[in-house]
Design a protein around this ligand. Structure first.
Ligand code: KIV
Length: 278
């Protein structure tokens, strides 16, 4: 009988993702629930339980209000649905910035309570020390540079990065520091093609782009965006479905059937075997 460890070994691992640098593109999507993880698993190398869950599923205005408990709950759900893809859980705002020790206490809780393979954190200034601290203690880390959604209150809005020379140098330095500190991959969000190419050439681990051109080693999107679950999608997203429209049509048809007493019909009704009163 195979052990749990042997079964989980079939999953894509952090070192495997790292070896994809410059090779076959790394395919990643966000997932927050077990059924969605099950549907995405066969197609993706990596599923990210992103803190975007706060905006996508919980109706929050940004990711700042997301808690560690929310991430753990969704991480557990995704681990139940995904069998092969590597599962990475985002560290939410406030759970890792104050010290490497705080980051280790919270990240180890995420790994223990979800069974996921790695965590992701937004790699602002000073974060390299934390990345190295976690990796040395057995926690694979994915970095995140460029547009950092958790910094929305400092930036004032979700703004693309690298437009000025200062900013370009800062994003490049953050990516290099994150990779040198031992991150197995780095998400690059919201930067122009030139900077994405520069980062990808400068660091030895895969860059995973979101709104960061085809110059990256892999791509990630918020699944609900590419499936058309919202009226508005960012310019860098290509919609592959119109699920919001499909759901609206399906629910509208069902509601009309209920109102017209066409649902439930004979086929959707349990019939008793014995004649009534028999
Ligand atoms: O939270 C998230 O979904 C993310 C991706 C956009 C990379 O960080």
């Amino acid at each position: 009988m195979s052990s749990q460890r042997e079964q989980s070994i079939r999953r894509v691992s952090a070192p495997e993702i790292t070896t994809r640098k410059g090779g076959e593109p790394v395919v990643c999507l966000t997932a927050y629930t077990a059924p969605m993880a099950e549907m995405l698993d066969a197609h993706c190398d990596l599923l990210l339980v992103g803190d975007s869950v706060g905006m996508v599923l919980h109706g929050l205005p940004d990711t700042v209000g997301v808690t560690l408990d929310m991430m753990i709950l969704h991480g557990q759900a995704v681990m139940r649905g995904a069998r092969r893809a590597m599962v990475v859980v985002d560290m939410p705002f406030g759970s890792y910035e104050s010290s490497p020790e705080q980051a280790f206490a919270n990240a180890s809780r995420v790994l223990k309570e979800t069974g996921c393979q790695a965590i992701k954190l937004e790699s602002g200034p000073m974060i390299a020390e934390t990345v190295a601290f976690l990796v040395r203690r057995g926690i694979p880390v994915m970095g995140h540079v460029g547009l950092r959604p958790q910094a929305v209150n400092v930036d004032g809005a979700f703004k693309a990065k690298g437009k000025t020379e200062d900013e370009r140098l800062r994003v490049l330095a953050e990516a290099e520091a994150t990779a040198d500190a031992g991150a197995f991959a780095v998400v690059v969000e919201g930067v122009a093609e030139g900077l994405a190419r520069e980062i990808t050439e400068a660091i030895h681990v895969p860059t995973i782009g979101i709104g960061a051109s085809a110059a990256c080693d892999g791509q990630i999107l918020v699944t609900d965006d590419m499936l058309g679950m919202f009226d508005w999608t960012p310019r860098f997203v290509r919609r592959y479905a119109d699920l919001k429209g499909e759901i609206g049509s399906a629910v509208g048809a069902w509601a009309a059937d209920v109102r017209a007493r066409r649902f439930p019909g004979e086929a959707e009704t349990y019939w008793s075997k014995r004649p009534v009163g028999g």
